[in-house]
Design a protein around this ligand. Structure first.
Ligand code: ADP
Ligand code: XUL
Length: 514
């Protein structure tokens, strides 16, 4: 009975799923929320609050501790020696900077000490910038100028130079701390960092996550010499190799065998980014399905038969870890914006849901641009929402209308920003922490005028990792695995209820407000 482990190292938590591919069942699921389980890192939402000049970073030791807590939890639930394949995914764009102790330390991990204790001496930068960082506008301009402009960077890397992408982050580190950069022997993404820990060796980056760096050429699927040069000196030698998502990265290190009871030799498939992994976990790895993920960020993505560029410059092309490419649009003001409006009125999620249920689609013309922090789709530097409607609504005196306006505003914006993908969805597949909320799903169905489905297994990132590991290790066809594990939850389908023209005027007013 082959059991397979899928890991998800996300913004707010580290989660896992173990599936049995013979029994077609989920054996175990577990999650460690960083804010709740590791309060010593002072990162209630997974990142260190209050960074200056748009800086948003996390302590990489928190991710390592969470991995250990997670494996401890799984070990109590099941026998980890039965696992025969492993893969995983990480929040995209986040980077980890390591000095020349890294490779030797990885190869000599002792199970009598904690991982953090041993890896601590390997960091050449204490903190890791993550995808919410907006501090690198200057570096984006410099990279674009050195490469021939936005269009040239986009043609090469699938995205214009974008603040949160890893290349601009690396350039900022190099400029602000040249000594730190000089001491950096290796730069990893969150995904390849965690995968390296598990393998006890330095592993490659896959094309799905690598394309989120403004460094990978999406024609050759290898590091682009011009982009490397435009970003920082001698960068190529500091980056791991790039491989396709169907590559074995290594085998589980003895550290995890001795400490958690894994079997020696368990193969590990290269990790990917959380969104590319979710594409597989939603059963959407072949073109034709559209996914909206409502995690910390909201993302909108689909496998693409051919690469189409976003004329507005905020969309991205990533490698599809199961072959080909995918398009993606990311919205920073996702779950944390919904939480901000919920907390403003001291509501819990039930009251938030009732507020949406009790207000009409179209919200009597009350509209919100729901950005509580700088947004990237579209790029706009707001730190509070814009409200347009009746006087009492605009003064934040109508709690229920404000909540509906926030959610409607998020999906009106999403619809406007993703027109470039030219997808006319009949069904939208919803995933991520907020997807279980029926009232939010109803707003998605109404704004997009499409049926919304949720899958029985909710953690599509971890599930995608497990499916990739099974596909790569046992050669089980992905479509066969998807047919088993990516089924819609019974009774979870949501049909549009609002009239087809409900949001036409709202879309126009929303556009005019930006
Ligand atoms: P990530 O993978 O980015 O760490 P998740 O996909 O786990 O995030 O989603 C976490 C988010 O889900 C939380 O920030 C929270 O706002 C949201 N969430 C949890 N429960 C609900 C609910 N009932 N309704 C709406 N949103 C919810
Ligand atoms: C995608 C993006 C986020 C992160 C965190 O480009 O920035 O979705 O992957 O989930």
């Amino acid at each position: 009975m082959p059991q397979v482990l899928g890991l998800d190292a996300s913004t707010q938590s580290c989660s896992a799923i173990i599936i049995d591919t013979d029994l077609a069942s989920v054996v175990a699921e577990a999650s460690i929320n960083f804010g709740e389980c590791l309060p010593q890192y002072k990162a209630p939402s997974g990142f260190i609050p209050g960074g200056a000049d748009g800086e948003v970073s996390s302590d990489p030791r928190m991710w390592i501790d969470a991995l250990e807590l997670l494996l401890e939890k799984l070990k109590d639930q099941c026998d980890l020696s039965k696992i025969q394949a492993i893969s995983g995914a990480g929040q995209q764009h986040g980077s980890v900077y390591l000095n020349d102790n890294w490779e030797d330390t990885l190869g000599a991990l002792s199970a009598t000490k904690s991982l953090t204790e041993q890896i601590e001496k390997c960091f050449s930068k204490d903190t890791s910038p993550i995808w919410m960082d907006t501090s690198t506008s200057e570096e984006c301009l410099e990279i674009a100028a050195a490469t021939g402009g936005d269009a040239a960077v986009c043609a090469k890397s699938g995205s214009i130079a974008i603040e949160r992408f890893t290349g601009p982050q690396i350039r900022r580190f190099y400029k602000n701390d040249p000594d730190g950069y000089a001491q950096t022997a290796r730069i990893h993404l969150v995904s390849s960092f965690i995968c390296s820990l598990l393998c006890g060796s330095d592993v490659p980056i896959d094309t799905g996550d690598g394309a989120g760096m403004n460094l990978l050429n999406i024609q050759t699927w290898d590091w682009d010499p011009d982009l490397l040069r435009a970003t920082a000196p001698e960068l190529g030698k500091r980056l791991p190799k790039v491989v396709s998502g169907n590559t074995k990265a290594g085998e589980i290190s003895q550290y995890f065998v001795q400490k958690y009871g894994f079997s020696t030799g368990t193969p590990i498939t290269v990790f990917t980014g959380d969104n590319p992994s979710s594409l597989v976990g939603m059963g959407a790895s072949k073109a034709g399905k559209l996914v909206i993920s409502l995690g910390t960020s909201d993302t909108f993505f689909a496998a693409m038969p051919e690469v189409v560029a976003d004329p507005q410059g905020c969309g991205h092309v990533f490698g599809n870890p199961s072959a080909g490419s995918m398009s993606l649009q990311c919205f920073v003001n996702g779950s944390l914006a919904r939480e901000a409006v919920k907390d403003k009125f001291s509501y819990d999620w039930d009251q938030f849901t009732t507020a949406i249920d009790q207000t009409p689609a179209g919200n009597d013309g009350n509209i919100m641009v729901p950005f509580f922090r700088p947004e990237i789709s579209p790029p706009i530097d707001l730190d509070a929402p814009i409200l347009k409607g009746n006087e009492s609504f605009e003064a934040w005196n109508e709690a229920d209308a404000a909540i509906r306006a926030c959610v409607e505003g998020q999906f009106i914006n999403m619809k406007l920003r993703t027109n470039w993908m030219q997808l006319q969805p009949e069904v939208i597949y919803l995933t991520g922490g907020a997807s279980k909320n029926d009232a939010i799903a109803q707003v998605v169905a109404d704004v997009f005028q499409a049926q919304v489905q949720r899958l029985a297994v909710s953690g599509s990132v971890a599930l995608g990792a497990a499916l990739r590991a099974a596909y790569n290790t046992f050669s089980l066809p992905l479509n066969q695995l998807e047919a088993i594990f990516c089924q819609p939850e019974t009774g979870s389908t949501v049909q549009p209820k609002a009239a087809i023209d409900t949001y036409i005027e709202a879309e126009q007013i929303f556009s005019d407000l930006l």
